[in-house]
Design a protein around this ligand. Structure first.
Ligand code: GLU
Length: 325
């Protein structure tokens, strides 16, 4: 039997596809087959129940991998050490900004490229170990093996001047000893891992549960790491639109330039959307609309002063009164 939530998702999906959302699909995303009509929605609760609607196209995880690399670095080295190297402050700047704190020489946070590159370098002494560790964490969080999109990886490597500049900046500031080219290659490989919207919902649910994958029962992150990942997602996860996102949606979230967004409601569920048209900040236009709608409909905002609604009960009410969208 179709659940009330599945019916709600189906209606939301139709309404979003009909909406004149605007935005552009980046050329890089077209490489892995992104199409304008792609739209996927998925939710995974902490019992591992998945509700999904729309496209199950596999697309590169891109920047969403930064959050998982950060969690892995914390579990490897401890939160204090990681914070002594990469700060946890919002930047308000473009994600590729050439920026280190003037006094501390630290990247501002692990979700802008310079912080993500430095975090990636913490994942092991050798390039192979770093990339394997990140892939293993992404797979454990998704609960299944994930493939690499080789062409995206090759194309990004060929155009990696800016990321290389960031890595060299880190080395010049005395913040990083590892080889700049190797670290950037590993970081880019992590971005080119293919995920579906359902994978991303499970990954978000892994964070929402305090680090345990609700499908497999595997502990992927310690509670401290999961909480810290969600903390920086809340303040820095949506590029330079993080403030608006917290006001309008109110959930810790991370987006990627291939069109994915993950968000977690701690102790309840993970949600993901996939729609490749991006706004000027690099966030998915339809994904943002979907989250604004869901947050409002189910009172998901963390600062709402009331608990988020029971999903099926509320979805049934919304369907009944005909105001789902
Ligand atoms: N691979 C991309 C880069 O490093 C990731 C960008 C993103 O999703 O924000 O530029």
């Amino acid at each position: 039997m179709t659940s009330a939530l599945a019916t709600y998702f189906a209606r939301l999906h139709t309404a979003l596809l009909e909406a004149e959302a605007g935005g552009e699909v980046p050329e890089l995303a077209r490489l892995s087959g992104a199409r304008d009509e792609h739209l996927g929605l998925a939710l995974c609760d902490l019992d591992g129940r998945i509700t999904a609607e729309g496209s199950d196209h596999a697309f590169p995880v891109q920047s969403i991998s930064k959050a998982f690399a950060y969690g892995a670095a914390i579990d490897l080295h401890g939160h204090d050490y990681v914070t002594s190297i990469v700060d946890e402050e919002p930047t308000g700047e473009d994600f590729g900004a050439l920026s280190l704190d003037r006094v501390t020489k630290k990247p501002k946070n692990p979700l802008v490229n310079i912080g993500a590159i430095r975090t990636h370098a913490m994942l092991g002494p050798e390039q192979a170990e770093r990339t394997e560790r990140l892939r293993a964490v992404l797979e454990a969080a998704a609960g299944r093996p994930l493939e690499l999109h080789e062409e995206t990886c090759r194309r990004e490597l060929a155009g990696s001047d800016r990321n290389l500049a960031l890595a060299h900046m880190l080395r010049a500031a005395g913040s990083m000893d590892e080889d700049a080219e190797e670290v950037v290659a590993g970081y880019i490989e992590g971005c080119a891992v293919l995920t579906t919207v359902t994978d991303l919902a499970v990954m978000a649910a892994t964070l929402a549960s305090g680090g345990t994958n609700p499908l497999t029962g595997e502990r992927v992150f310690s509670r401290v790491a999961a909480r810290q990942v969600l903390s920086v997602m809340l303040t820095c996860g949506m590029y330079d639109n993080a403030g608006d996102w917290v006001s309008d949606v109110g959930l810790p979230a991370k987006s990627g330039v291939a069109g994915g967004i993950i968000a977690s409601l701690p102790s309840r569920f993970g949600i993901a959307t996939y729609a490749p048209q991006l706004d000027q900040h690099g966030n998915s236009v339809r994904g943002t609309l979907a989250f604004e709608r869901m947050s409002e409909d189910f009172s998901m905002h963390l600062l709402d002063g009331q608990e988020a609604a029971d999903l099926d009960r509320r979805a049934a009410e919304l369907t009944e009164i005909g105001t789902a969208i």
